[in-house]
Design a protein around this ligand. Structure first.
Ligand SMILES: [Zn+2]
Length: 87
């Protein structure tokens, strides 16, 4: 069975691939080291989410950044928050 983007996001987090460069009230600016390259990810809460990787739409990098940012805000582990992040 193929790895889902949620599973991949968790794997990236556990590998320490997510680097949050800046986290403000409504903005998260991060880098994610993916399987092939490192991608900048920008999340504007309630507005738009953007990852620079070639995948169109939602991707594991975006999910990983959201889960790490939520962990910082709420203390919930990524495995929990990933289940709440809609795709
Ligand atoms: Zn991506």
């Amino acid at each position: 069975m193929a790895e889902s983007i949620h599973e991949k996001a968790l794997r990236l987090i556990e590998a320490g691939a997510v680097t949050i460069r800046h986290q403000g009230d409504n903005l998260v600016d991060a880098d994610v080291r993916g399987d092939h390259d490192t991608y900048p990810v920008v999340v504007e809460v309630g507005d738009r989410e953007r990852c620079m990787c070639p995948a169109s739409g939602d991707c594991s990098h975006l999910l990983a950044v959201l889960a790490v940012a939520l962990q910082r805000n709420t203390g919930l582990p990524p495995a929990v928050t990933l289940g709440k992040v809609g795709v």
